[in-house]
Ligand binder design. Structure first.
Ligand code: HH2
Length: 272
């Protein structure tokens, strides 16, 4: 396995395959394993570098799902992908990650950054998997009730620094890890904007940044709908390009083709 920045050069697109009935923007769309696997293959053909397969929604207000339920959703999809589509497993559960690695997944995307099940760090190390460590204030059920920070950027940076040190102390190679400020996870629109404006503070941690802006409700609100629960495509693409220009490496998106096209133009202009 090579360093994450070599395997996923700036900008790389991660396609989202939610195998759930209740994800905030695409719940139920990919619940059937054949449909989900076909979507993953299409995303690869459209230029995604990796697809993120998840069986548990983390939308605001959601409760978790059982281990059996989550395995029953993601295992049939990974079996169908047969290691032919680079896959990340979006889970907080060590047993889900174990099955996913056995079925060829190369990355684990844990929205709790190894806090829910700390043994996941050792498992990732054993498999020499790529790792995404994300910041979240609180838990999905209540995280959007009244998020507060004194200095959101400094707090997110020190959290990610601590979780990176935790992962490394449990055997994960630092050059396998990317960090994610967790847009919308216990954050107001203003918190999300502040993090994007000051991405340089997170870049100073020395790891590639993964950003998940796609369809997030903050973008719908910025685009003029105060009651938005989902952000429109144009706003998602603009946010991804802005994040890339501020230094993001991996963009986690639902609409792969549009983001790949936009990021290709942004990349040509940046000369990177
Ligand atoms: N956002 C979502 C889920 N997982 N993982 C990372 N690393 N970063 C993110 O921003 C992120 C994430 C939420 O989006 P989605 O998967 O579409 O929705 P849901 O959690 O409702 O399934």
């Amino acid at each position: 396995m090579i360093a994450i920045e070599e395997r996923f050069p700036r900008p790389s697109v991660m396609g989202v395959v939610n195998v759930t009935p209740d994800s905030f923007s695409d719940g139920g769309v990919h619940l059937d394993a054949d449909v989900a696997a076909a979507a993953a293959r299409r995303m690869l053909a459209e230029g995604a570098a990796i697809v993120d397969v998840g069986g548990e929604s983390t939308r605001p207000g959601s409760d978790g799902v059982s281990l059996d339920e989550e395995l029953g959703r993601v295992v049939p999809v990974l079996e169908r992908l047969n290691g032919e589509v680079p896959a990340s497993i979006d889970t907080v559960k060590v047993e889900v990650a174990r099955r996913a690695f056995e079925l060829g997944a190369v990355m684990v995307n844990d929205v709790t950054a190894f806090r829910a099940e700390p043994e996941l760090a050792e498992l990732a190390a054993e498999h020499d998997a790529y790792v995404c460590l994300m910041h979240m204030q609180g838990e999905p059920r209540t995280m959007q009730v009244d998020p507060r920070y004194d200095d959101v950027t400094a707090e997110v940076a020190s959290f990610l620094e601590e979780r990176l040190a935790f992962a490394v102390s449990h055997g994960v190679r630092e050059d396998r890890v990317c960090l994610d400020p967790g847009i919308g996870f216990g954050k107001t629109v203003e918190h999300n904007l502040e993090l994007l404006r000051r991405l340089d503070v997170l870049l100073a941690l020395g790891r590639p940044l993964l950003l998940g802006l796609s369809r997030k409700s903050s973008l719908g609100k910025l685009a003029g709908d105060p009651a938005a629960t989902v952000g429109p495509l144009g706003a998602s693409v603009a946010a991804a390009v802005a994040a890339y220009e501020r230094g993001a490496t991996i963009l986690r998106v639902h609409d792969v083709r549009e983001h790949v096209d936009a990021l290709a133009v942004a990349r040509s202009l940046s000369g990177v």
